[in-house]
Structure formats: structure tokens, C-alpha cells
Design a protein around this ligand. Structure first.
Ligand SMILES: Nc1ncnc2c1ncn2[C@@H]1O[C@H](COP(=O)(O)OP(=O)(O)OP(=O)(O)O)[C@@H](O)[C@H]1O
Ligand SMILES: [Mg+2]
Ligand SMILES: [Zn+2]
Length: 251
């Protein structure tokens, strides 16, 4: 009997692993390159993912995806909310549910102007997708969502709608804020009902009370959101006015 392994290429990660060659960093000082595979980027190194899969290292696979999503958050979050933390206790509790439950609920954040809804929403989104359940995500304001769904030269409304309906987690900021029309109502219903039917969670913010929300979005949307989401009502001052007043005092 010969060496059964000799037919497998020597650079196969499994072979390298059993030879103890894996995880011995080749020297690279470049912070953008993978420590183990200097020809690959540090975040999202496909060789590292292959290694983790070959070893069946589920934790390493989850860590790999979490790192990729953290990079996505850095690149795609609005600068103002890039460092936002889910600091409100009820928001933090939702993050805990996201990690712990098989079928985590969505999150509906209500409250008046400037209380920090968008901040908490992005904080919750980042904590959710960079933790133990790293999933692909999308984040849009309702206005940007409508824009992306209107037919236009450079737009592909069908593709955009498809992504809102299928991405594992979507954040829709400021739902029910702008002018409504039959068309916007129909879009909101299609997105919320589609995700409801597919049992996919949403993070939604809105600056209305539940009663106002029903007037602006309609009963059928609000009824679905109520079933899909934990509802958190933020209270407190308008943080923008507060910050401006503090600046005036300091000047
Ligand atoms: N926990 C926080 N710590 C520090 N800054 C915060 C916090 N929450 C909110 N802010 C800041 O306060 C301002 C208002 O917050 P945010 O935009 O989240 O409010 P909002 O409730 O979404 O307002 P609107 O109803 O107008 O959309 C922003 O500049 C935000 O960065
Ligand atoms: Mg906001
Ligand atoms: Zn690597």
C-alpha cells in the first residue's frame, strides 16, 4: 500500500493541516493581507474559509463571516452611525434574542424626532450581523428605498425589490416619514408582506406613535409589523437640539 495522500496536491489545506503546516504565519507586515495567506486580503480570505470548512471548524466559519460583515458595516454604514452602539436596554435585549433564538424577531423602533432611533437601529444591526449569527444585510431609508424602486436609467427596480425581499436582515429607516401615495403604500406593503410571508426579520424605525403609524402605513402593514417585531418606544429629548444647546453654552 502506498501513501494514499500522495495523490492529493501538497498545497491542499487538509494536507497542510495534518502536516502541521497550517496556521504558521508567513511573515507579512501588511495589515491588509491575510497573515496566513499573504496573497489574499486580510478580511474575507477565501483560503482561510476553505481551511475552516475542511476542518469543520464551525466557530471559525462564523468568525470569518462576522469579520466580513464587520467590514461591510464599516464600508456601507452612514459615517454618523458607524460607531453606534445598541445602548438602550430594550435594544440590547433584542440583540440577545437575535443571538439566542432560532427564529429571532425583527425590531420596530418608535419615538419622536431626534431621540436616537436611527442610532439604535444601526447599533443593533451591527451587533446582530457581527456576532454569532452573521448574515447579509441591507440598510436603506424609506425614501431611498422608494427611489431605488422607481424605474429609471441607471436603476434596476426588479433587482432592488428582490434584494429587499430576500436579504436575511433589512433595516428600513424612517418608514412613514415622507409623503405617501398609493404607490408608496403599495411598495411598503409588498416589502413588509413579502418578508412577513418569508419569515425574514426587519429593523424598522419610524417617528410616529402606533396610531399615527396605522394612519400612514395602513392597518395591514402595522398588523404585520406588530407580529414580526419587538416594539421599542424610545423617549427623551431631541438629541440634536440638546447637542446644539451644549455647543452654544460651551462657546
Ligand atoms: N446613544 C447615543 N449616543 C451618542 N449620540 C447619539 C446617541 N443616540 C443618538 N445620537 C446622536 O443624536 C442625533 C440624533 O440621533 P438619531 O439620528 O438617531 O435620531 P432619530 O430618532 O433617528 O431622529 P429622526 O426622527 O429625526 O430620524 C444624531 O446626531 C446621533 O448621532
Ligand atoms: Mg432617524
Ligand atoms: Zn487566509
Amino acid at each position: 500500500m502506498g501513501d494514499n495522500l500522495s495523490s492529493i496536491p501538497a498545497d491542499n489545506p487538509f494536507i497542510r493541516h495534518i502536516r502541521g503546516e497550517r496556521r504558521r504565519p508567513r511573515r507579512t507586515e501588511d495589515p491588509d493581507r491575510c497573515r496566513f495567506h499573504p496573497d489574499k486580503p486580510r478580511i474575507g480570505c477565501s483560503d482561510c474559509l476553505t481551511d475552516a470548512r475542511v476542518e469543520g471548524d464551525l466557530e471559525a466559519i462564523a468568525r470569518w463571516h462576522a469579520a466580513v460583515q464587520a467590514g461591510e458595516c464599516d464600508a456601507r454604514f452612514p459615517p454618523r452611525f458607524r460607531t453606534a452602539q445598541p445602548s438602550e436596554p430594550e435594544i440590547a435585549a433584542w440583540v440577545g434574542e437575535w443571538e439566542a433564538r432560532e427564529d429571532p424577531p425583527g425590531l420596530l423602533i418608535l419615538g419622536s424626532v431626534g431621540v436616537g432611533k436611527t442610532h439604535q437601529a444601526f447599533g443593533a444591526l451591527r451587533a446582530a450581523v457581527t456576532g454569532a449569527r452573521p448574515v447579509k444585510w441591507a440598510a436603506v431609508s424609506a425614501g431611498a428605498m422608494f427611489d431605488s424602486l422607481r424605474p429609471g436609467d441607471k436603476r434596476d427596480p426588479e433587482k432592488a425589490m428582490n434584494s429587499y425581499l430576500t436579504v436575511p436582515l433589512v433595516l428600513v429607516d424612517d418608514l412613514g416619514a415622507g409623503k405617501t401615495s398609493e404607490w408608496t403604500e403599495d411598495v411598503v406593503f409588498r416589502v413588509i408582506d413579502g418578508r412577513y410571508a418569508a419569515e425574514l426579520p426587519v429593523i424598522v424605525t419610524s417617528n410616529g406613535t402606533p396610531v399615527e403609524l396605522r394612519e400612514r402605513l395602513g392597518d395591514r402593514v402595522v398588523s404585520r409589523l406588530a407580529e414580526m417585531c419587538r416594539r421599542v418606544h424610545l423617549t427623551g429629548p431631541d438629541r440634536r437640539r440638546q447637542a446644539a444647546a451644549e455647543q452654544r453654552r460651551a462657546a
